[in-house]
Design a protein around this ligand. Structure first.
Ligand code: HEM
Length: 409
């Protein structure tokens, strides 16, 4: 009975935790796909695969590319199963959402000292790579559900928050562009620790949905049960607003580069509402199917959307003390390759470095259909997502992007 319940739950929504074509104001747009061609898909995949690993920190398992191709096959099926009435494809996950132009402001040394009382040492540690570019940056922002279907907002789900920020000067990303992309979920950890566990989770979910093409490896049943527990905990039906949630990027990033090319620090990111009230919940019983969509548009127009962007520094000794058994002997590389694992906030706190705002005078709603986010393609070496999940997910996401933009089938 329990396994049957587990499989039914998994069939619904796995990716987070553990998501009409509206043409509004057309603009040059950071995340807008310039020219749609099959070439850009293969070029992007080539670029993703050519990003060098950080020696001593990242280790690619031999079957990593096999896992990527099986996952791409699974997401092709998910996308085909949730087509729109006009036969167009949605995003493989986080299918329903709203997009806006906004502002990403990196705080200066003075602001960090005066407003947050940070020491010079902490400020120098925070202001690395992209985060050393003070002031306002143009940003494009998307709030979304997490499942791969455009469900009513009253359906229990994790919420997604993704944004792309324009960079200045010569800070180019791996695609040769000038942007830094972020994707976040309203859950402090990812549903699984590494890409092998993610594959087994997806195979279990497919089998639960009656797809006999996949047989999960029973050795991973423990991580699947853990994912189920996290889904139960973070899939909420009482989201008050996208603007009153906290969001986490879940995966580790390099933060600054030493002269030998090694990262200065390894970090994770979080966003929290500027009003300091954290997460607010409110029952959605009796609310409309699009209450979150209408709410975020209203708040954007009245300047009620503001988040502090925060950084958490990795500390191996503190991380070790938060885990028991074999994992307490994890090396820094193990923590990076198992990037979905939680870094205890009590042991490793978050520090503010920037804020994201939708200012009524400068933010406007934009179309989501011709936009995309890719956290690895659009990152620079000093601010780059690391580990097995970060490497493989960006290939699956690129595949989903290219299919819904009709570059590939
Ligand atoms: C193996 C892990 C993952 C896989 C396979 C995956 C897969 C996907 C896919 C297929 C899309 C749609 C891309 C598009 O069509 O443009 C997507 C979007 C997204 N993912 Fe993931 N994802 C993974 C991990 C994560 C993680 C760790 C987070 C955040 C903590 C995340 C947050 C998001 C968000 C917010 C979007 C919406 C992006 C947008 O607004 O366009 N995903 N993901």
């Amino acid at each position: 009975m329990f396994v049957k319940k587990l499989l039914i739950c998994l069939a619904g929504g796995v990716v987070a935790v553990g998501c009409g074509t509206q043409s509004y104001v057309k603009n040059s747009g950071i995340t807008r796909k310039a020219a749609s061609s099959p070439e850009s898909y293969s070029r992007n995949i080539q670029t993703l695969n050519s990003i060098p690993l950080f020696q001593g920190l990242e280790t690619r398992k031999d079957n990593e590319f096999d896992i990527a191709s099986v996952l791409i096959g699974i997401f092709n099926k998910i996308e085909n199963e949730s087509k729109n009435a006009d036969n167009s494809l949605n995003r493989g996950t986080h299918a329903k959402g709203r997009c806006f132009e906004g502002d990403f402001t990196v705080f200066s040394n003075e602001e960090l000292k005066n407003q947050f009382r940070y020491s010079d040492t902490l400020i120098n540690r925070l202001k690395q790579g992209f985060f050393a570019q003070d002031g306002d940056h143009k940003a494009e922002i998307r709030f979304a559900n997490a499942m791969g279907a455009k469900n009513p907002d009253t359906v229990a789900d994790v919420r997604g928050f993704s944004f792309s920020v324009e960079t200045f000067g010569d800070l180019k990303d791996h695609s040769g562009g000038f942007r830094q992309d972020f994707m976040m979920n309203s859950s402090p950890m990812f549903a699984v620790n590494n890409i092998q566990e993610f594959l087994e989770l997806m195979k279990t979910a497919r089998l639960a949905g009656g797809d006999w093409d996949y047989f999960p490896n029973p050795f991973y049943l423990k991580s699947v049960i853990k994912a189920k527990r996290l889904l139960d905990q973070y899939q909420c039906a009482d989201t008050k607003s996208y603007a009153t949630e906290e969001y986490w990027a879940n995966l580790p990033y390099s933060h600054g580069l030493r002269p030998d090319g090694h990262p200065v620090d390894i970090v994770k990111f979080k966003t929290t509402p500027c009003d300091g009230q954290g997460i607010q919940h409110e029952s959605s019983v009796g609310k409309s199917a699009d209450y979150l969509q209408a709410d975020i548009v209203r708040r954007a127009q009245s300047g009620q959307v503001c988040f502090l962007f925060q950084v958490q520094f990795f500390d191996l000794n503190k991380a070790k003390s938060s885990l028991k058994g074999q994992r307490s002997r994890w090396t820094a590389s193990d923590w990076i390759e198992n990037g979905g694992e939680l870094w205890e906030e009590t042991a490793m706190p978050f520090y503010t470095i920037a804020k994201i705002e939708l200012k009524p005078e400068s933010s406007r709603e934009i179309s989501c259909e011709d936009r995309y986010i890719n956290t690895r393609l659009h990152s620079n070496r000093a601010n780059q997502p690391l580990g097995s999940i970060a490497r493989v997910r960006t290939m699956v996401e690129e595949n989903s992007r290219a299919r819904r933009m009709m570059e590939i089938r």
